[in-house]
Design a protein around this ligand. Sequence first.
Ligand code: GTQ
Length: 345
Amino acid sequence: MNELGRLEDLPQNYRDELKSLNLVPLWPSLRGVLPPQVPTRQTQPTYWAYKTLRPLLLKAGELTPIEKAERRVLVLANPGHGLDKMQASAAIYLGMQLLLPGEWAPSHRHTPNAVRMIVEGEGATTTVDGEKCPMSRGDLILTPTGLWHEHGHDGTEPVVWLDVLDLPLVYYMEASYHINGQRQTVVPGRSDRQYTRAGVMPTYVFERSKKAYPMLRYAWSDAKAALESLAADDPSLEQVQVTYTNPETGGDAENILGFYALMLRPGQTLRLPARSPAQVFHVIEGQMHAQIVNSTFTLVEADTCCAPGYEAVTLRNLKADSPTFVFVADESPLHRKLGVYENWG
Ligand code: GTQ
């Protein structure tokens, strides 16, 4: 490939004139924005141990009252993007949120989509669009774009969950904002009870649900049972994985990020192909090695790591006698919608 002209090759008075007119020559920057063969990724393989993060999160509970925080969160920031950017990848934001007994994180709604993956503790609830969702370990709760949500806690121990948002993308689009609201009125009905089994859905007088997001809570007990059933159904199935979907449309649960639960069989080593979206892995139960580019992370329960796009990832279950269960988030829905999704194998 031939070398392109540099900015320094141009006379200073020409550069100055361009600059004064808000004009920029493309050729010195062309290779930067369109690198050969492989995209430039700022997303670095990064690992966050829950054991080291947890005491600092509890300390935040002492240092900062909920009224001064609104959302008491330590952000899992990827150093490749710069910590102040608060992003795990180009489109993914991760945060560990703490709610102490009796606390209330007030109602608001915003343009970014969020989900919560419950890490620890019992007794907290998130009310989304009037639906009061219990939070238990491994549950996935959606707070899609525009829906009111607030968090409360009637239990006796701290509750911690992992927030996954598409905030970096929505912010980049200059479309990120929030609105504060009143405490919601809880309405009867729970989506996790309405959509209990695949293929059997509530009949809304022979029409589909009018709700864009009909299912807001996905109980871990159901997702885990689905994985175990899938694994037992076909012992030769390599990738024992389920996708969190919108049960009315069969599409992804949210528009931008994809969410999955993965079961590594006892002792299994699973190679995930190099695909364009970046990914996040969070261990719900078990232990694994995650080999990402030149890093190998050892993840125990509640640990989290991320992988840049266009790289294969190898996961190895460190449990010889039991499965390891992993929550996965990725940028696949975004890449597919934009037409840039690729699988390099
Ligand atoms: O719980 O609503 O981690 O609005 C970041 C922004 C959590 C939340 C975050 C939020 C929330």
